[in-house]
Design a protein around this ligand. Structure first.
Ligand code: NDP
Length: 273
């Protein structure tokens, strides 16, 4: 199955749909990665803080796909920000995963109170030039932090990975991303299932014969976002990949838009550190 890809602002591209590894137990990660790749995913979203980068690497090796056919993301955790720390954190992630370079390295949270994200960004720019990471981006950044790193370095992140689901639709941030060529990538895309029984989702599921999760993931794709749902179940991984044989109508997209409640499941990035 050919999956859609999104063009990044550095000339590379990313599969629009992937799967995430948050809260996947370390001893199950290799199996989940193998299941995901066998099902057909080609984008894996990891992070140092998830404690399962070694399992991610094991799963990649066991799947034995050509390296250029799998897009691997990981992230620099908050206590490793700053020039020297970021450099060693990236090297440690590469060693744990067992790769010479990852496809995308993100700053996991801006942590504005510690004020080290600009130095962290400059270090990622250097590591990209050195070939240790192919593309660089951020996660949980707001407009103020994005404007600062772009203004200071002239380098625009390829991705901002943010909490996004029907109850937190992030329209202002998505508009900023669109204006600057930044791909919006949705984390916790299923929103803890809180919209599964909402009429706009349930009605679209009934019309299309799809599950509420599939309707919501399809909504992310039609918004133009990259999306990285997680399932530890092989059947869940397969279900979440099966999004390309139906389309939501404009009316269904508009109905889901009404579910926005500005409601986070995770911390507020402006204060989290
Ligand atoms: P998701 O929105 O992907 O939801 C995962 C939960 O939904 C699990 O409990 C899973 O259970 C269940 N689920 C998965 N598929 C289905 C389905 N088809 N029907 C019903 N239930 C389903 O949440 P995450 O918070 O994991 O977010 C996805 C990824 O985003 C993470 O794994 C991580 O990679 C990334 N992330 C990034 C953050 C950041 O700060 N940058 C923060 C949080 C997440 P089961 O396993 O039993 O299927």
């Amino acid at each position: 199955m050919t999956q859609p890809r999104l063009t990044l602002n550095d000339g590379r591209s990313i599969p629009q749909l992937g799967f995430g590894l948050w809260q996947v137990p370390a001893d199950q990660t290799a199996r989940v990665v193998q299941d995901g790749l066998a099902a057909g995913y080609r984008l894996v979203d990891g992070a140092a803080i998830y404690g399962n980068e070694a399992g991610l690497g094991d799963g990649l090796r066991q799947a034995a796909l050509p390296r250029d056919q799998v897009f691997v993301t990981t992230k620099v955790w908050n206590d490793r920000q700053g020039t020297g720390e970021t450099r060693s954190a990236v090297e440690e992630s590469l060693a744990r995963i067992g790769l010479d370079a990852v496809d995308l390295m993100l700053i996991h949270w801006p942590c504005p109170a510690q004020d080290r994200y600009l130095d962290t960004w400059k270090t990622l720019i250097d590591l990209r030039a050195e070939g240790r990471v192919n593309s660089i981006g951020v996660s949980n950044f707001g407009v103020a932090e994005l404007e600062r790193i772009i203004g200071e370095t002239g380098v625009v992140p390829v991705v901002n990975q943010i909490e996004l689901h029907p109850r937190l639709q992030q329209s202002a941030l998505r508009a900023f991303h669109a204006a600057h060529g930044i791909v919006t990538q949705s984390w916790t895309p299923l929103g803890q299932g809180k919209s599964f029984t909402a009429a706009p989702v349930a009605d679209a599921a009934a019309r299309t014969g799809k599950s509420p999760a599939q309707v919501i993931l399809r909504w992310h794709l039609q918004l133009g976002c990259s999306v990285i749902p997680r399932s530890t179940r092989a059947a869940g991984l397969a279900e979440n990949l099966n999004l390309f044989d139906f389309t939501l109508t404009d009316a269904e997209m508009a109905a889901i838009a009404t579910l926005d409640a500005g409601e986070r499941t995770g911390p507020d990035p402006a204060v989290f550190s």
